[in-house]
Design a protein around this ligand. Sequence first.
Ligand code: PAF
Length: 287
Amino acid sequence: MQTATTLEMLRTHVGKLRAGGETIGLVPTMGALHEGHLTLVRRAREACDHVVASIFVNPTQFGPNEDLDAYPRQLEQDAAMLEAEGCALLWAPPVEEMYPGGPQNFVTSIRVSGVSEGLCGASRPGHFDGVATVVCKLFNQVLPDTAFFGEKDFQQLAVIRAMARDLDLARPHVRSIIGVPTVREPDGLAMSSRNRYLSDKDRAAAATLPTAMKEAIARIEDGQEVAPTLAALEDALLGAGFSSVDYAVLADAASLAPLDALGERPARLLVAARIGGTRLIDNMAVN
Ligand code: PAF
């Protein structure tokens, strides 16, 4: 596996990978890799001739009081994991290469209205602008044929799909954006780089999140009213040791508009809740 840390190196390596007309799959990450990321790499390997993974802890998607400095960084370990999965190229730019002059002086920002403001966007203002902007840059830098993102960050995926559609990034450069189902721990907790922040006690209690979500989905699918079911879900989380619930929402799976009842279109249950200072998110399909 090659590693590029400058745009010049990236272009040289990508040019070589493409020399015989081969396709490239991009797996954008912020590092601290786990099985969820490696699943994205495997999907990319199945679909494309070569896989390029990026590792960049993007400052512009962190709020002033968020965990940018504490976010786990383990480049060597991550590189070894990517190499073992057959990744061809690691794009790991330093902050100055991505944001010359510093992120505070970067004047362009992409805002995807409608899907960015609610849910996580409500408690993380500007977060999805930072995500959309850096993903647009990654697409332009790597020019992949296909890009792979986890459904765990369901709102992020919706923002990226809308951005790529509206800015014509979905063709000709990025032919498709693939959402890959969430990878879970044996007790159901969605894999996340932030799970490592949890104490043993909070880690055990965190498994209540997927369990309570599945129970709520069963009730909603059974025809029970949405509002009291979501209230019971919140109570279950608070009773299990979560300190607060940012949201527990039934939403249209495409627009993410909140729903108070199931309709004809696919729906999604999305939850964000805090435990021991860590904010966990999860989402599941409702049929
Ligand atoms: O999901 C992530 O790891 C990040 O938000 C992404 C897509 C790599 C953009 O920084």
